[in-house]
Design a binder for this molecule. Structure first.
Ligand SMILES: *Cc1c(COP(=O)(O)O)cnc(C)c1O
Length: 364
């Protein structure tokens, strides 16, 4: 069986180091906002090149807290992509805001920057670009639009830890960056975890308060906040895994390269954004006949997955927003044709070749 994600192989390589750090965290008995959280935040901020990084309980919370920290409230509109995980848009609704979807670009699978301006109204307060599958968005254009209309940019970097745009890390380009450390992400812990990044001191202070019941000093509460802290044990794990992130992302890129060489002529695939370095959280291809490939892979005990089968504007949960089929033709077409193949740093070239052969044969 070739799985999508291979934590067993990961543990065979770095398991001892992780267990040692987890043991140290246990022995410290400082489980809530303990020393590993602080150390990891400092190391992550340094890696990303930003001033501040704040560990929180999940990527979903990171988005929620980020939007709160820039003041998103009842009636505000926030522009984002319909081709993403639901958490991106849920966070807008949690703040009382309204998600406004802009269709995606068929090549990069990311928000179509040429269609953003027509959706901006006087209620628009922010844009959430999602660096989907690790592929950075066209941030030059997004920042230009944000500046013109005086709106904030909150990056959803849940799938893009280590990806860069013009040499700058995603999460250090907009006003606020949001990361997820869900186990399957490029930088994943062994439970739930997330992080918010910014270079603005005031925003940073608000984020720090929001994650801990609106409090800087214990039992003195400046605002209504959340219980959303990164666990010390998870931070200990992340500290170890951060050391290897560049190596892991490099290995993912070489798997993607090999896939492209072997099946690039029989399927469509995500094109890297100009000036961006994709870290391939997923290797996602398109085919009108995807069911045949998925079935053949299953027969051969190779995992595959569809991210995402229903675009957000057609989800039942968002039916009140009033979208209908045909409103986002590119996202709808991708939802109908995409599927993702196993990709992780521990996948051998020979396995990639085997998977490619199965896909090629099933589609020929
Ligand atoms: C995973 C993910 C999230 C949510 O992160 P969690 O840690 O699972 O809460 C948000 N946005 C995107 C694009 C994601 O892939």
């Amino acid at each position: 069986m070739i799985p999508m994600l291979d934590i067993k192989r990961e543990l065979a390589v770095i398991g001892d180091e992780i267990k040692e750090e987890v043991n140290k965290s246990l022995n410290s008995t400082q489980f809530i906002l303990g020393p590993n959280v602080k150390e990891f935040e400092e190391k992550a901020a340094k890696y990303l090149g930003c001033k501040y990084a704040v560990g929180v309980a999940s990527g979903t919370d990171a988005l929620h807290i980020a939007l709160k920290s820039i003041g998103i409230k009842d009636g505000d509109e926030v522009i984002t992509t319909p081709f993403t995980f639901i958490a991106t848009a849920e966070a807008i609704v949690y703040c009382g805001g309204k998600p406004v979807f802009v269709d995606v670009d068929e090549k990069t699978f990311n928000i179509d920057v040429n269609k953003i301006e027509e959706k901006i109204t006087d209620k628009t307060k922010a844009i959430i670009p999602v660096h989907l599958f690790g592929n950075p968005c066209d941030m030059d254009r997004i920042k230009e639009i944000a500046k013109k209309y005086n709106i904030k940019v909150v990056e959803d970097c849940a799938q893009s830890f280590g990806a860069t745009y013009r040499g700058v890390q995603t999460g250090n380009i907009g006003d606020v960056g949001c990361f997820s450390f869900f186990p399957s992400k490029n930088l994943g812990c062994y439970g739930d975890g997330g992080m918010v990044t910014t270079n603005d001191e005031e925003t940073y202070k608000t984020i720090v308060a929001l994650r801990n019941h609106g409090s800087f000093v214990r039992y003195y509460h400046e605002m209504i906040g959340f219980n959303s802290r990164l666990d010390d044990i998870q931070a200990a794990i992340l500290k170890v895994k951060l050391k290897y992130i560049d190596e892991c992302n490099r290995d993912r890129r070489s798997v993607a390269d090999l896939y492209k060489k072997t099946i690039g002529n029989v399927v469509g695939y995500q094109i890297e954004t100009e000036n961006g370095i994709n870290v391939y959280h997923q290797y996602t291809i398109t085919s009108e006949k995807r069911d045949l490939a998925i079935e053949a892979l299953k027969e051969a005990e190779v995992a595959s997955a569809i991210y995402y089968p229903v675009p957000l504007h057609l989800q039942k949960a968002f039916k009140d927003l009033g979208y209908k089929e045909g409103d986002m033709p590119v996202a709808e077409k991708l939802a109908r044709t995409v599927f993702s193949l196993p990709i992780n740093p521990y996948l051998d070239d020979s396995e990639v070749v085997v998977i490619s052969e199965i896909v090629k044969k099933s589609l020929s």
